[in-house]
Design a protein. Structure first.
Length: 204
């Protein structure tokens, strides 16, 4: 598989997972579809695209693991994890456009330079691209991002990580992979040096 096909594959799967889970968040964590009279899957998909500001229809959180993890419907007008929340609304959208375009240009430029065999970097950059554009699609369509994953300290919802979604996760995982990659390369080079040193010793 070429690196560009891998980019399309990882990007496509990540974007699909992000949008499907956001649809499920509206479906399972709110009663907005019921209020809109959307009963079939097609009707709900249509309502998901056209309906906005559904927090008023949000239901009680669903607890996946009560001490640490719950699902709750949240509409976030800021960036991932609440960044830029203090920026005035009239400036926020242009800022997001500039930041997203810069991120896409950077990622595609970096991806073009990555070698065909460097799968780790390819997947990392594809995840970053999907994370940036997944949330940007929400902002273009609605003016806010749907978040629903809520992690908190043991039975302390007041001590919590900012509510996030699959696109945020893709972005974080991609960045983490890039940060960890130099360490992996150094370890590989050290192993190679030890192997060469061992081979030289045996040759003597």
């Amino acid at each position: 598989m070429t690196k560009w096909r891998l980019l399309v594959l990882v990007f496509g799967i990540s974007i699909a997972a992000d949008q499907v889970t956001k649809f499920l968040a509206v479906d399972r964590l709110t009663h907005a579809f019921e209020v809109a009279g959307a009963h079939t899957l097609a009707e709900r998909a249509s309502a998901f695209v056209r309906l906005e500001h559904l927090e008023r229809y949000a239901d009680e959180p669903f607890y996946v693991f009560r001490p640490l993890w719950r699902m709750t419907y949240v509409e976030n007008p800021a960036a991932a994890f609440g960044l830029f929340h203090g920026v005035p609304e009239r400036l926020r959208y242009p800022l997001f456009v500039v930041v997203t375009i810069a991120a896409v240009v950077f990622v595609l430029g970096a991806y073009r330079k990555v070698g065909e065999r460097h799968r780790w970097e390819q997947v990392a950059l594809a995840l970053i691209l999907a994370g940036a554009l997944g949330n940007f699609a929400d902002r273009v369509a609605r003016g806010y991002v749907i978040d629903f994953i809520d992690w908190y300290w043991w039975n302390r919802p007041d001590l919590r990580w900012p509510t996030f979604n699959v696109a945020d996760s893709s972005l974080v995982v991609g960045v983490a992979m890039l940060l960890l990659q130099p360490k992996r390369k150094v370890a590989g080079e050290q192993r190679g040096e030890r192997s060469r040193a061992g081979a030289a010793g045996h040759s003597r």
